[in-house]
Design a protein around this ligand. Structure first.
Ligand code: ADP
Ligand code: MG
Length: 245
C-alpha cells in the first residue's frame, strides 16, 4: 500500500526502525522515523553524535536495509525492491558524498569522476560513450571549480578539492537527489563554507534536491528545511528550527 505523502516529497520514509547488535545486545538506533524530503529543497538533518543521522542516510541511499518500515522514491517502494533495482536507484537516481570523500587513491580526479559511468554501463557501452563521458566529467570538474586539478590524484589535493571531486563524481549520473553525510565535517570552517556555498549553488541553479547530514548548527541554518533526529525519531519541526537558529 502506498503511503500518504504530499506530491512534493521525492523521498519518503515511513516508520523506519533500525537496530545494531553490539556484544549480543540489541542497540536501537531508529525507532520509527517518518521523513519527507521535499523535491527541490536543501534539507539539513541534524542531531547529536550517535543519534542515527548516518544510519538514516544509509537507509535512504539503500546502502543498508531497515529492520522494518518503508522507503519510497518518487512514489516507488525502494527498500523491498529487487537488488538490481536498489543498485540502479543508488547508482543513477541519487548521488552520495561522505565526510571522508571516498575517492580511489590510484585514480586522478577525472578518473574518479568517471567511475560511476564505468559501473553503470557495460564495457562495450562505456567504450562507445567514452568521449562523451570524459567531456561530461571535465565539465563537472569545471563546474565544481577543479578544472586545474583534473589530472591530480587525491593525495595531491586538499580536503576541499577532494570534496569538490567527490561532488562532481556524485553528479555524473545526473541524480535527482544528492545525499551528503557531514560533507564539511573534515574541513576547516572557511573551506567548509566554500563547499556549502557550492552545494547551495547547485541547489539554486540546477534545482538539485539535497539532504545533508550535519552536526554544525551554522551549516544547518543555511538550509531551507531542518530535520532533527532525537531519541530515534524525527523531532517536531518547531524544535528542529529553534535549536539550529
Ligand atoms: P550519527 O551519524 O548521528 O553520529 P550513527 O548513525 O553513525 O550516528 O550511529 C548511531 C548509533 O548506532 C551509534 O550508537 C553507533 O555507535 C551505532 N552504530 C552505527 N553503525 C553501526 C554498526 N555498523 N554496527 C554497530 N553499531 C553501529
Ligand atoms: Mg554520522
Amino acid at each position: 500500500m502506498a503511503p500518504t505523502v504530499s506530491q512534493s516529497s521525492i523521498l519518503t520514509a515511513r516508520g523506519l526502525v533500525k537496530s545494531y547488535c553490539k556484544n549480543r545486545l540489541e542497540v536501537p538506533v531508529l525507532r520509527g522515523v517518518d521523513f519527507d524530503l521535499k523535491a527541490g529543497s536543501l534539507t539539513a538533518m541534524v542531531g547529536r553524535s550517535g543519534s542515527g543521522k548516518s544510519t538514516l542516510l544509509h537507509l535512504l541511499a539503500s546502502l543498508d536495509q531497515p529492520d522494518s518500515g518503508e522507503i519510497y522514491f518518487a512514489g516507488e517502494r525502494i527498500d523491498s525492491a529487487s537488488r538490481a533495482r536498489r543498485d540502479a536507484y543508488r547508482n543513477r537516481e541519487i548521488g552520495i558524498i561522505f565526510q571522508f570523500y571516498h575517492l580511489l587513491p590510484e585514480l586522478t580526479a577525472l578518473e574518479n569522476v568517471l567511475t560511476p559511468t564505468m559501473i553503470n554501463r557495460s564495457a562495450w557501452s562505456y567504450f562507445l560513450g567514452r568521449h562523451e563521458a570524459r567531456r561530461r566529467a571535465s565539465e563537472l570538474l569545471e563546474r565544481v571549480g577543479l578544472s586545474h586539478r583534473m589530472h591530480h590524484k587525491p593525495r595531491e589535493l586538499s580536503g576541499g578539492e577532494m570534496q569538490r571531486a567527490a561532488i562532481a563524481r556524485a553528479l555524473m549520473s545526473e541524480p535527482k537527489i544528492l545525499l551528503a553525510d557531514e560533507p564539511t565535517g573534515n574541513l576547516d570552517s572557511q573551506t567548509g563554507q566554500q563547499i556549502l556555498g557550492l552545494l547551495r549553488q547547485l541547489h539554486q541553479d540546477e534545482g538539485l534536491t539535497i539532504a545533508m547530514v550535519t552536526h554544525d548548527d551554522a551549516v544547518a541554518a543555511k538550509a531551507d528545511v531542518i530535520v532533527r533526529l532525537e531519541n530515534g525519531q524525527v523531532a517536531p519541526a518547531d524544535r528542529a528550527h529553534a535549536s539550529a537558529a
